[in-house]
Write a protein of this length. Structure first.
Length: 259
């Protein structure tokens, strides 16, 4: 089987081949492993995982066509970003009101309650309209606020920014305000699910593990398997962890061949 191996950010195809060599040995060296480098050099915390973004973008835009891959393995996956600059634009515009600067936390938006009621009515109406629908449920104001803060927190993690929320908000304003906010995929507001067998390898002590868990929820539940290993944001190293990972990958490969 031909297996495309996309290396993570801040590394290279040569390094990644060495990092997962033990996994490749366990699942079979007879497979054709293809390691490639992209045309753009990205340092740490400057890129994203293209594999998951490609798959989810396909589910949204070509749902009736076969996916570009038959199965997928994600190692310590972080947030997936849409290549479409307008993706979730309406959601970001609406949800941005639920995120405030720290010095505004004691202030109330006079029109917030009215706006929330208007939003709910708009979303109910939008469900009856034809065309692609990205939302999976109607969230309550408290859920929207929690979701907005969650996504801001995830972005701060990825930026490795120790500054407070106010500083992060100023940076986004320089990039174009809400228009400059990354177009993340999120299982609460986007209903599509990656429809191929997938394995999510997550480090138990990975500071970004919540992001990995979130990405697993973007995949079809019945086709998704999660493997936790002893370690942080990296590749499994112990024999027991490697064997567990190899077992799940082999299972995903068998499922892919039966589909």
């Amino acid at each position: 089987m031909k297996i495309l191996c996309l290396h993570p950010w801040g590394t290279s195809a040569v390094i990644f081949e060495k990092q997962i060599s033990n996994i490749c040995k366990l699942i079979g060296e007879s497979h054709n492993y293809v390691f490639i480098d992209g045309p753009v050099v990205c340092g740490p915390a400057k890129g994203c995982f293209p594999g998951s973004a490609i798959l989810y973008h396909h589910e949204i835009n070509r749902p009736h066509q076969p996916p570009p891959f038959r199965f997928a393995v994600f190692i310590c996956l972080v947030l997936s970003v849409s290549p479409d600059p307008e993706f979730n634009a309406d959601i970001i515009d609406k949800y941005s009101r639920y995120y405030r600067l720290s010095d505004e936390s004691g202030l109330e938006d006079k029109g917030e309650n009215n706006n929330e009621e208007e939003e709910e009515e708009e979303e109910k109406t939008s469900k009856s309209k034809k065309g692609p629908r990205h939302r999976v449920m109607l969230l309550l104001p408290g859920q929207k606020r929690a979701l907005a803060n969650d996504m801001v927190g995830f972005l701060r993690q990825l930026s490795d920014n120790a500054a407070d929320h106010g500083t992060a908000r100023k940076l986004w304003a320089q990039r174009g305000g809400d228009k400059g906010f990354p177009r993340f995929y999120h299982p609460l507001v986007n209903r599509q699910r990656i429809s191929i067998p997938s394995v999510h390898i997550i480090g138990r002590s990975d500071p970004l593990r919540r992001q990995s868990e979130l990405q697993a929820r973007l995949c079809s539940k019945s086709l998704t398997r999660v493997v936790e290993f002893h370690g942080g944001h990296g590749v499994p190293r112990t024999l027991s962890d490697l064997q567990s990972v190899a077992f799940k990958i082999e299972r995903a490969m068998r499922m892919a061949q039966l589909r």
